[in-house]
Design a protein around this ligand. Structure first.
Ligand SMILES: [Zn+2]
Length: 328
Protein backbone atom coordinates (compact mmCIF):
# COMPACT_ATOMS: atom_id res chain seq x y z
CA UNK A 1 0.00 0.00 0.00
CA UNK A 2 2.79 2.40 0.91
CA UNK A 3 4.46 1.42 -2.36
CA UNK A 4 1.32 2.36 -4.37
CA UNK A 5 1.04 5.67 -2.52
CA UNK A 6 4.67 6.43 -3.22
CA UNK A 7 4.08 5.64 -6.91
CA UNK A 8 1.10 8.00 -7.03
CA UNK A 9 3.09 10.75 -5.34
CA UNK A 10 6.00 10.20 -7.69
CA UNK A 11 3.81 10.41 -10.78
CA UNK A 12 2.12 13.56 -9.43
CA UNK A 13 5.55 15.07 -8.85
CA UNK A 14 6.62 14.16 -12.38
CA UNK A 15 3.47 15.69 -13.88
CA UNK A 16 4.12 18.88 -11.91
CA UNK A 17 7.74 19.00 -13.02
CA UNK A 18 6.83 18.54 -16.68
CA UNK A 19 4.16 21.23 -16.45
CA UNK A 20 6.58 23.66 -14.82
CA UNK A 21 9.57 23.01 -16.99
CA UNK A 22 8.64 22.62 -20.64
CA UNK A 23 11.28 20.81 -22.67
CA UNK A 24 11.56 23.59 -25.26
CA UNK A 25 11.72 27.20 -24.06
CA UNK A 26 8.63 29.13 -25.16
CA UNK A 27 9.14 32.71 -26.35
CA UNK A 28 7.56 35.22 -23.98
CA UNK A 29 4.62 37.02 -25.59
CA UNK A 30 5.59 40.56 -26.59
CA UNK A 31 9.27 39.80 -26.16
CA UNK A 32 12.05 38.99 -28.56
CA UNK A 33 10.06 40.18 -31.56
CA UNK A 34 12.24 41.74 -34.23
CA UNK A 35 11.95 45.55 -34.07
CA UNK A 36 11.60 46.72 -37.66
CA UNK A 37 11.37 50.24 -39.07
CA UNK A 38 10.06 50.90 -42.59
CA UNK A 39 10.59 54.30 -44.23
CA UNK A 40 7.42 54.88 -46.28
CA UNK A 41 3.85 53.75 -45.60
CA UNK A 42 3.99 51.70 -48.81
CA UNK A 43 7.17 49.82 -47.81
CA UNK A 44 5.60 49.39 -44.36
CA UNK A 45 2.43 47.83 -45.79
CA UNK A 46 4.36 45.29 -47.85
CA UNK A 47 6.61 44.43 -44.87
CA UNK A 48 3.48 43.96 -42.71
CA UNK A 49 2.00 41.60 -45.29
CA UNK A 50 5.14 39.43 -45.25
CA UNK A 51 5.75 39.56 -41.49
CA UNK A 52 2.25 39.48 -40.03
CA UNK A 53 2.37 39.68 -36.22
CA UNK A 54 5.84 38.16 -35.98
CA UNK A 55 7.60 41.55 -35.84
CA UNK A 56 7.14 44.89 -34.12
CA UNK A 57 6.82 47.31 -37.04
CA UNK A 58 6.91 51.09 -37.06
CA UNK A 59 6.76 53.36 -40.10
CA UNK A 60 8.87 56.51 -40.25
CA UNK A 61 7.01 58.76 -42.70
CA UNK A 62 3.55 59.99 -41.73
CA UNK A 63 0.64 59.37 -44.06
CA UNK A 64 0.72 61.81 -46.98
CA UNK A 65 4.39 62.78 -46.62
CA UNK A 66 6.58 63.24 -49.71
CA UNK A 67 9.51 60.82 -49.31
CA UNK A 68 11.68 62.92 -51.66
CA UNK A 69 11.50 65.92 -49.31
CA UNK A 70 11.02 64.29 -45.88
CA UNK A 71 13.09 65.63 -42.96
CA UNK A 72 13.55 63.18 -40.09
CA UNK A 73 13.09 64.40 -36.51
CA UNK A 74 15.37 63.49 -33.54
CA UNK A 75 12.62 60.99 -32.55
CA UNK A 76 13.00 59.34 -35.96
CA UNK A 77 16.75 59.04 -35.38
CA UNK A 78 16.10 57.41 -31.99
CA UNK A 79 13.57 55.00 -33.52
CA UNK A 80 16.04 53.94 -36.19
CA UNK A 81 18.93 53.54 -33.75
CA UNK A 82 16.80 51.24 -31.54
CA UNK A 83 15.57 49.08 -34.43
CA UNK A 84 16.96 45.62 -35.25
CA UNK A 85 16.30 46.16 -38.95
CA UNK A 86 15.38 49.04 -41.26
CA UNK A 87 13.64 48.58 -44.62
CA UNK A 88 13.90 51.47 -47.08
CA UNK A 89 12.72 51.73 -50.68
CA UNK A 90 16.25 52.69 -51.65
CA UNK A 91 17.14 53.59 -55.27
CA UNK A 92 17.54 57.22 -54.19
CA UNK A 93 13.89 57.77 -53.17
CA UNK A 94 14.68 58.72 -49.59
CA UNK A 95 17.07 61.64 -50.04
CA UNK A 96 17.20 61.92 -46.23
CA UNK A 97 18.29 58.31 -45.73
CA UNK A 98 22.10 58.54 -45.72
CA UNK A 99 22.14 61.37 -43.19
CA UNK A 100 19.60 59.63 -40.97
CA UNK A 101 21.45 56.30 -40.99
CA UNK A 102 24.70 58.03 -40.20
CA UNK A 103 23.15 59.90 -37.24
CA UNK A 104 21.54 56.69 -35.98
CA UNK A 105 24.59 54.50 -36.65
CA UNK A 106 22.26 52.21 -38.61
CA UNK A 107 23.91 51.61 -42.00
CA UNK A 108 24.67 47.95 -41.26
CA UNK A 109 21.12 46.97 -40.37
CA UNK A 110 19.43 48.82 -43.27
CA UNK A 111 18.17 47.03 -46.34
CA UNK A 112 16.80 48.53 -49.58
CA UNK A 113 13.76 46.49 -50.65
CA UNK A 114 14.37 47.53 -54.29
CA UNK A 115 17.74 45.74 -54.28
CA UNK A 116 18.14 43.71 -57.47
CA UNK A 117 15.70 45.74 -59.58
CA UNK A 118 17.26 47.25 -62.67
CA UNK A 119 16.44 50.94 -62.42
CA UNK A 120 15.24 53.05 -65.32
CA UNK A 121 17.56 55.92 -66.03
CA UNK A 122 16.82 59.28 -67.56
CA UNK A 123 18.08 59.97 -71.08
CA UNK A 124 20.79 62.28 -69.71
CA UNK A 125 22.30 59.41 -67.71
CA UNK A 126 22.04 56.79 -70.43
CA UNK A 127 25.28 57.90 -72.11
CA UNK A 128 27.25 57.42 -68.87
CA UNK A 129 26.11 53.79 -68.85
CA UNK A 130 27.27 53.32 -72.46
CA UNK A 131 30.74 54.65 -71.60
CA UNK A 132 31.13 52.37 -68.61
CA UNK A 133 33.19 49.24 -69.22
CA UNK A 134 31.79 47.71 -66.04
CA UNK A 135 28.28 48.31 -67.34
CA UNK A 136 29.10 46.19 -70.41
CA UNK A 137 30.43 43.35 -68.31
CA UNK A 138 27.57 43.23 -65.86
CA UNK A 139 25.10 42.89 -68.75
CA UNK A 140 26.49 39.40 -69.28
CA UNK A 141 25.82 38.41 -65.68
CA UNK A 142 22.41 40.03 -65.65
CA UNK A 143 20.38 36.88 -64.94
CA UNK A 144 21.45 36.71 -61.31
CA UNK A 145 20.63 39.27 -58.64
CA UNK A 146 24.33 39.97 -58.23
CA UNK A 147 24.61 41.08 -61.86
CA UNK A 148 21.67 43.44 -61.60
CA UNK A 149 23.08 44.85 -58.41
CA UNK A 150 25.92 46.29 -60.45
CA UNK A 151 23.38 48.40 -62.34
CA UNK A 152 22.17 50.38 -59.38
CA UNK A 153 22.71 54.12 -59.61
CA UNK A 154 21.57 56.89 -57.35
CA UNK A 155 20.19 58.78 -60.33
CA UNK A 156 17.75 56.07 -61.43
CA UNK A 157 13.97 56.20 -61.18
CA UNK A 158 13.04 55.11 -57.63
CA UNK A 159 9.26 54.66 -58.24
CA UNK A 160 9.49 50.89 -58.73
CA UNK A 161 6.36 50.11 -56.63
CA UNK A 162 4.06 51.59 -59.28
CA UNK A 163 4.59 48.27 -61.13
CA UNK A 164 3.25 45.47 -58.87
CA UNK A 165 5.50 42.95 -60.61
CA UNK A 166 8.49 44.78 -59.13
CA UNK A 167 6.87 44.70 -55.69
CA UNK A 168 7.19 40.91 -56.02
CA UNK A 169 10.97 41.52 -55.87
CA UNK A 170 10.41 43.56 -52.68
CA UNK A 171 8.46 40.64 -51.20
CA UNK A 172 11.27 38.17 -51.95
CA UNK A 173 13.86 40.54 -50.49
CA UNK A 174 11.81 41.22 -47.36
CA UNK A 175 11.10 37.51 -46.74
CA UNK A 176 14.78 36.65 -47.21
CA UNK A 177 16.10 39.34 -44.87
CA UNK A 178 13.48 38.63 -42.18
CA UNK A 179 14.24 34.90 -42.39
CA UNK A 180 17.97 35.56 -41.97
CA UNK A 181 17.39 37.75 -38.91
CA UNK A 182 14.63 35.59 -37.44
CA UNK A 183 15.05 31.98 -38.67
CA UNK A 184 12.43 30.63 -36.24
CA UNK A 185 9.69 32.33 -38.27
CA UNK A 186 11.21 31.66 -41.71
CA UNK A 187 8.42 29.34 -42.84
CA UNK A 188 5.78 31.88 -41.77
CA UNK A 189 7.52 34.62 -43.79
CA UNK A 190 7.73 32.30 -46.77
CA UNK A 191 4.03 31.39 -46.62
CA UNK A 192 2.98 35.03 -46.24
CA UNK A 193 5.27 36.05 -49.11
CA UNK A 194 3.67 33.47 -51.40
CA UNK A 195 0.14 34.53 -50.44
CA UNK A 196 0.91 38.23 -51.02
CA UNK A 197 2.67 37.47 -54.32
CA UNK A 198 -0.55 35.77 -55.49
CA UNK A 199 -2.43 38.99 -54.65
CA UNK A 200 0.11 41.02 -56.64
CA UNK A 201 -0.39 38.70 -59.62
CA UNK A 202 -4.14 39.18 -59.30
CA UNK A 203 -3.64 42.97 -59.20
CA UNK A 204 -1.46 42.79 -62.32
CA UNK A 205 -4.18 40.85 -64.20
CA UNK A 206 -6.80 43.37 -63.10
CA UNK A 207 -4.67 46.36 -64.25
CA UNK A 208 -4.19 44.75 -67.70
CA UNK A 209 -7.98 44.36 -68.06
CA UNK A 210 -8.65 47.93 -66.95
CA UNK A 211 -6.04 49.45 -69.25
CA UNK A 212 -7.80 47.76 -72.20
CA UNK A 213 -10.62 50.30 -71.67
CA UNK A 214 -8.28 53.14 -72.73
CA UNK A 215 -7.88 53.60 -76.50
CA UNK A 216 -4.23 52.89 -77.40
CA UNK A 217 -3.70 56.45 -78.72
CA UNK A 218 -4.79 57.89 -75.35
CA UNK A 219 -2.28 55.94 -73.27
CA UNK A 220 -0.14 59.03 -72.65
CA UNK A 221 0.90 60.23 -69.20
CA UNK A 222 1.81 63.73 -68.10
CA UNK A 223 2.58 63.94 -64.38
CA UNK A 224 3.94 66.35 -61.77
CA UNK A 225 7.33 64.61 -61.77
CA UNK A 226 8.57 61.53 -63.64
CA UNK A 227 6.99 58.82 -61.47
CA UNK A 228 5.29 56.47 -63.92
CA UNK A 229 8.28 55.05 -65.81
CA UNK A 230 7.88 51.45 -64.57
CA UNK A 231 4.08 51.57 -64.75
CA UNK A 232 4.22 52.94 -68.31
CA UNK A 233 6.76 50.34 -69.41
CA UNK A 234 4.69 47.44 -68.00
CA UNK A 235 1.23 48.49 -69.16
CA UNK A 236 1.93 50.10 -72.52
CA UNK A 237 1.76 53.81 -71.70
CA UNK A 238 4.12 56.56 -72.83
CA UNK A 239 5.34 58.98 -70.20
CA UNK A 240 5.22 62.08 -72.39
CA UNK A 241 6.48 64.64 -69.89
CA UNK A 242 6.34 66.05 -66.39
CA UNK A 243 5.94 69.45 -64.77
CA UNK A 244 9.08 68.84 -62.68
CA UNK A 245 11.60 67.41 -65.12
CA UNK A 246 13.08 64.66 -62.93
CA UNK A 247 12.53 61.55 -60.81
CA UNK A 248 12.32 63.68 -57.66
CA UNK A 249 10.10 66.51 -56.49
CA UNK A 250 13.35 68.39 -55.77
CA UNK A 251 13.65 69.18 -59.48
CA UNK A 252 12.63 72.68 -60.63
CA UNK A 253 11.45 73.52 -64.13
CA UNK A 254 12.53 76.62 -66.04
CA UNK A 255 9.90 78.82 -67.68
CA UNK A 256 11.08 77.46 -71.02
CA UNK A 257 10.62 73.84 -69.90
CA UNK A 258 7.09 74.63 -68.71
CA UNK A 259 6.24 76.28 -72.02
CA UNK A 260 7.59 73.22 -73.86
CA UNK A 261 5.46 70.90 -71.74
CA UNK A 262 2.35 72.95 -72.50
CA UNK A 263 3.17 72.74 -76.22
CA UNK A 264 3.54 68.97 -75.90
CA UNK A 265 0.19 68.66 -74.11
CA UNK A 266 -1.54 70.56 -76.92
CA UNK A 267 0.36 68.75 -79.65
CA UNK A 268 -0.47 65.22 -78.39
CA UNK A 269 -4.01 66.06 -77.31
CA UNK A 270 -3.20 65.00 -73.74
CA UNK A 271 -6.38 64.65 -71.68
CA UNK A 272 -5.11 65.01 -68.10
CA UNK A 273 -2.21 65.96 -65.85
CA UNK A 274 -1.75 63.48 -62.99
CA UNK A 275 -0.49 64.77 -59.65
CA UNK A 276 0.67 62.77 -56.67
CA UNK A 277 -1.21 63.75 -53.50
CA UNK A 278 2.08 64.10 -51.63
CA UNK A 279 3.32 66.84 -53.94
CA UNK A 280 2.68 70.60 -54.13
CA UNK A 281 0.20 70.88 -57.05
CA UNK A 282 0.57 74.61 -57.81
CA UNK A 283 2.69 74.35 -60.96
CA UNK A 284 0.72 71.39 -62.31
CA UNK A 285 -2.46 73.33 -61.68
CA UNK A 286 -1.12 76.22 -63.75
CA UNK A 287 -0.14 73.90 -66.61
CA UNK A 288 -3.59 72.27 -66.53
CA UNK A 289 -5.34 75.65 -66.56
CA UNK A 290 -3.14 77.04 -69.36
CA UNK A 291 -3.85 74.03 -71.56
CA UNK A 292 -7.44 73.40 -70.49
CA UNK A 293 -6.89 69.78 -69.39
CA UNK A 294 -8.06 68.02 -66.23
CA UNK A 295 -5.92 67.87 -63.09
CA UNK A 296 -6.27 64.38 -61.56
CA UNK A 297 -4.93 63.57 -58.09
CA UNK A 298 -3.40 60.13 -57.46
CA UNK A 299 -1.99 58.44 -54.36
CA UNK A 300 1.46 57.63 -55.67
CA UNK A 301 3.88 58.01 -52.73
CA UNK A 302 1.90 57.37 -49.57
CA UNK A 303 -1.03 55.41 -48.24
CA UNK A 304 -3.87 57.39 -46.70
CA UNK A 305 -5.95 55.58 -44.09
CA UNK A 306 -8.83 58.05 -44.54
CA UNK A 307 -9.06 57.40 -48.30
CA UNK A 308 -9.67 54.37 -50.54
CA UNK A 309 -5.85 54.15 -50.90
CA UNK A 310 -5.41 52.60 -47.45
CA UNK A 311 -3.26 49.66 -48.56
CA UNK A 312 -0.75 49.27 -51.39
CA UNK A 313 -3.15 47.02 -53.34
CA UNK A 314 -6.00 49.53 -52.90
CA UNK A 315 -3.72 52.45 -53.80
CA UNK A 316 -2.92 50.80 -57.15
CA UNK A 317 -6.61 50.07 -57.80
CA UNK A 318 -7.49 53.68 -56.96
CA UNK A 319 -4.80 55.09 -59.27
CA UNK A 320 -5.60 52.80 -62.19
CA UNK A 321 -9.33 53.54 -61.91
CA UNK A 322 -8.59 57.29 -61.91
CA UNK A 323 -6.28 56.98 -64.93
CA UNK A 324 -8.82 54.90 -66.85
CA UNK A 325 -11.60 57.36 -65.99
CA UNK A 326 -9.52 60.32 -67.20
CA UNK A 327 -8.15 58.77 -70.42
CA UNK A 328 -10.81 56.36 -71.73
ZN1 LIG B 1 8.29 60.66 -56.60
Amino acid sequence: MRYVLRLILLSALLTWLIACAPLTPQPQPGQAKLRVVATTTIVGDVVANVAGDAIELSVLLPSGADPHLFNPTPQDVAKVSQADLVFANGAGLEAFLDGLLESAGAKEKTFAVSEGIQLLESASHAHEEAHSQEGEHSHEAEHGHEGEHAHRHGEGDPHVWLDPNLVKVWVQNIARVLSEKDPQNASLYQRNAEAYTAQLDELDRWIRQEVEKIPAENRLLVTDHLMFGYFAQRYGFTQVGAVLPGFSTLAEPSAQELAQLEDTIRQYGIKAVFVSKAVNPDLAQRVAEDTGVKLVFLHAHSLDQSSPANTYLNLMRYNVSAIVEALK
